[in-house]
Design a protein around this ligand. Structure first.
Ligand code: DC
Length: 218
């Protein structure tokens, strides 16, 4: 039986997670948040005090880590049985994730873990290389982006909403540094598949983006 796949790639903060979750819910499909796999590995490395220059140990931890995902209103992630959901979205976790994501051997180990999410009745996969490397065969591909200022403002509001101290200028700088690292790396860089639908969400609401993506599927 054929399993349909919709890939949604783009830079951090473009709204991929929210849009992907809503589209997956509407379609009744599974959801893969591939960034959370890289983030989980970042947490596993911190817990094991692994130096980020020690590639052999990083690959070993990537290989051995056991991840469980519970996809409700909020994504709950367990690493080797421990709930790590609260640590996933820390800025420090994202930064380490982005650094280890440049390692070819790490990407190779994580490839199968991501492809295992492809199950009937279908999959919505969000990340950087979903349409180009992990699911190149996907029939529907989206590249979702927004200006770095808009993305920084959204992140700032989220943090302030959670009563976490935040600095808009610093957040914008961090976002731009992460963009550069994700786009300039040699292996599976953030890039738009030439068959993807390009959506700039800078001046769109979440509902408008969801509608445009659902139109693509239909
Ligand atoms: O989407 P995110 O911010 O949770 O991803 C965290 C980091 O993981 C991102 O900076 C780069 C890496 N990543 C990747 O290289 N490939 C993916 N498909 C998803 C994330």
């Amino acid at each position: 039986m054929h399993t349909p796949v919709l890939t949604i790639d783009g830079p951090s903060g473009a709204g991929k997670g929210t849009v992907s979750r809503l589209v997956a819910k509407k379609l009744g499909w599974h959801y893969l948040d591939s960034g959370s796999i890289y983030r989980s590995l970042a947490i596993a490395l911190q817990k094991a005090y692994i130096d980020l220059t020690n590639i052999n140990d990083i690959v070993k931890i990537a290989h051995d880590m056991e991840l469980e995902f519970e996809c409700g209103d909020e994504l709950i992630v367990k690493l080797n049985g421990e709930n790590i959901t609260n640590q996933l979205n820390l800025e420090s976790t994202g930064s380490i994730a982005s650094q280890i994501a440049t390692l070819a051997d790490v990407r190779q180990v994580l490839l199968q873990k991501q492809q295992d999410f492809k199950r009937l009745p279908g999959l919505v996969a969000d990340g950087r290389d979903m349409g180009t490397v992990v699911f190149p065969e996907a029939e529907n591909k989206v590249f979702l982006t927004a200006s770095s200022l808009k993305r920084a403002e959204r992140r700032y509001k989220q943090l302030i909403g959670k009563e976490i101290d935040a600095n808009l200028v610093q957040i914008k700088k961090d976002i731009e540094a992460r963009d550069r690292r994700d786009m300039e790396r040699e292996i599976a860089p953030l890039a738009m598949s030439n068959t993807a639908l390009y959506i700039d969400s800078s001046d769109m609401t979440i509902d408008e983006v969801v509608e445009e993506v659902l139109n693509l599927i239909q």
